[in-house]
Write a protein that binds this ligand. Structure first.
Ligand code: LR7
Ligand code: MN
Length: 573
């Protein structure tokens, strides 16, 4: 409603993959009905999580699902009960002009009570579950950089109002060197009314990864619960997370992340049965469990869902375990990649990640970051991901680089920093291989280790003559060649290389950082079957002499049958 086509700045991009494909609108209910439901949450005995972990059940008991929202509620308040708020016609200009303060509707957010009620979106079975009466206490850690005042407050209120006091040790607000005056001047005064809230100011901008580490370093709770600074915790959100961590200390528990609309601030329920996954090159996404899987495992909508990776922002982890794992790689800057790093580390080093459907937290998904990156955003994220790939992906890092990051391999001007400590940590922890992870934790991922392989022959050859016959001078072990993701054409550790001078080819030790070892194959429209020496100034292709005389490099010709090659197996284009 406030989209202004004249002004690009306010164009609303829908960046949350969930809000496009996996979102179900909360069914609109008449106000009175919602209020009745809310009245129930206040006093109802809600039982949580009857789990069967390794720890012996001591006493499990019923707990209240807290909702300490001010009563009596202002039924008419804007956005009350998580409903959509509307900008009055005479305030539209104002609301547009404030969009870029947070890249969501900052104007509306300010109108909404900081402790509004939201609909209880938990699956019904959650209310039947039990939790132990000796759950550990958690520190809740928010780190923020120039967060909008009203959303920061609403985040904190939702934690204070919906967490059982005996489980909430403290709320840590880690200010990652914000520039906004209201955050510098008013925050202490406002938060001083809440004894559990502590503010930590970083002297320089570190980014969310090291800001979280600064929070963790001073946290007093036995469990760390990290949250983004523009969220709303739903009723009963905390108990099931702590229950899971308590039952198995190497289990990392994530809430279901619901959507707070950036446009109208409504609280939107998401579909059930979704897990966190990644696609190449390490891009986070959601995937809905198939009906087959749900049936085969006899799953209910309240059962924990094992996730190959976590979204990153919202999770509970045993504090000691977090440190045993070596926390995050502190060499990761500002934003991005740390969710991949921690996820691989957890799974490969003996832990597990689950989404707990009985725990639900809304998050404002935004089209843009409302803060600047000290360096360039793209370069920061790439560098972080390259660190993760180098430490955790083993031979699969070629898939990461091959999906658009080949320039990182050349290392021209890109310093990804020292990785010795991270590599040593992985050794020390005795972590499993990435291929183990793929096989056991994320078998659905398509991850062929090479693009093509097998004996290579001329495409037109009816006699299935093999490349090896044209390369008699090479000491080749066998007839098997690989065409790799980083576009090397290789046999074991030897790569086919164009001679620096002349028209011959030779074998030389593979080195992924050397662009002259790259060949294009199946990636151009016209010369699709050719093997094009990528770094050659003129376009030259591998060509066979008729009658098995040898191979050499020659100017590429689209129709030349002696330049058209095929591998026996292709796995990807
Ligand atoms: O320099 C910074 N310093 C900070 O303190 C940059 C950010 N931050 C804070 C920021 O104020 C916010 O509270 O860090 C938090 C996350 O930043 P956002 O909200 O700008 O990013 P996001 O929601 O797009 O981030 C998702 O991916 C990040 C990758 O590094 C982190 O893992 C975020 O925690 C993560 N958020 C979620 O998982 C919520 C659900 C999103 C999804 C999917
Ligand atoms: Mn966020």
């Amino acid at each position: 409603f406030y989209m202004n086509s004249k002004d690009k700045q306010y164009t609303v991009r829908n960046t949350s993959p969930r809000s496009i494909t996996h979102m179900a609108q909360v069914s609109p209910k008449p106000l009175q009905m919602v209020e009745d439901q809310l009245n129930q949450w206040g006093g109802e005995q809600v039982q949580l999580q009857n789990s069967t972990g390794r720890r012996r059940a001591s006493e499990r008991h019923k707990v209240m699902a807290l909702d300490m929202t001010n009563r009596p509620r202002d039924m008419r308040a804007v956005g009350q009960f998580g409903q959509a708020a509307v900008v009055p016609p005479d305030r539209q200009e104002e609301s547009w002009s404030r969009w870029s303060e947070g890249y969501f509707n900052v104007f509306l957010s300010e109108q909404i009570p900081v402790d509004r009620a939201i609909p209880d979106t938990r699956p019904p079975a959650c209310a039947e579950n039990l939790v132990h009466d000796d759950l550990p206490m958690t520190s809740v850690i928010f780190c923020f950089m120039d967060e909008v005042w009203s959303t920061l407050l609403r985040s904190v209120h939702s934690v204070l109002n919906r967490s059982p006091p005996h489980l909430l040790k403290e709320v840590l607000l880690v200010d990652d060197c914000s520039t906004k005056d209201y955050l510098k001047e008013k925050l202490e005064a406002y938060m001083s009314q809440f004894p559990k809230v502590r503010i930590i100011r970083l002297k320089e901008r570190h980014g969310l990864i090291r800001a979280r580490l600064a929070g963790a370093a001073v946290a007093k709770g036995d469990v760390l619960t990290f949250l983004d600074s523009h969220i709303e915790c739903n009723v009963g959100w905390l108990e099931p997370l702590l229950e899971q961590v308590y039952m198995e200390r190497k289990r990392v528990a994530c809430p279901v992340i619901e959507v707070i609309s950036d446009k109208d601030m409504s609280y939107v329920m998401v579909d059930n049965f979704q897990k966190g996954i990644f696609k190449w090159p390490l891009v986070f996404g959601w995937s809905t469990l198939s009906q087959d899987v749900i049936k085969k495992n006899n799953m209910n909508d309240s059962d924990p869902i094992r996730c190959p990776v976590m979204a990153g922002g919202l999770f509970s982890i045993d504090k000691q375990y977090f440190y045993e794992l070596g926390t995050y790689d502190p060499g990761l800057d500002v934003w991005g990649g740390e969710n991949m790093e921690l996820s691989f580390k957890i799974w490969m080093c003996g832990g597990e990640i689950e989404i707990i459907p009985c725990s639900r937290v809304g998050h404002i998904f935004r089209g843009e970051n409302p803060y600047k990156f000290p360096k360039n955003r793209q370069k920061t994220v790439e560098r972080n991901l390259a660190r993760v790939a180098e430490v955790w992906l083993d031979e699969y890092k070629e898939l990461f680089y091959g999906h658009g990051y080949l320039h990182l391999l050349d290392r021209n001007g890109m310093d990804i920093g020292n990785l010795t400590e991270q590599i040593q940590l992985r050794k020390k922890l005795g972590c499993k291989s990435f291929s183990w992870y793929l096989e056991n934790i994320y078998p659905e991922l398509e991850a062929p280790i090479v693009k093509a392989e097998g004996p290579v022959s001329l495409k037109s050859e009816t006699r299935t003559e093999l490349l090896i016959q044209w390369m008699p001078s090479f000491v080749l072990q066998n007839q098997h060649f690989n065409y790799s993701w980083v576009r090397t054409f290789r046999q074991d550790a030897s790569c086919v290389s164009p001679h620096k001078t002349g028209t011959g080819v030779a074998m030389e030790p593979c080195d992924n950082t050397k662009p002259h070892l790259r060949w294009l194959h199946k990636s151009t429209q016209v010369l699709t079957d050719h093997l094009i020496a990528e770094a050659s100034p003129q376009q030259v292709c591998l060509e066979a002499e008729p009658e098995g005389g040898g191979v050499f490099l020659k100017a590429c010709e689209a129709a030349n049958p002696f330049q058209k090659w095929q591998f026996t197996h292709y796995y990807a284009q």
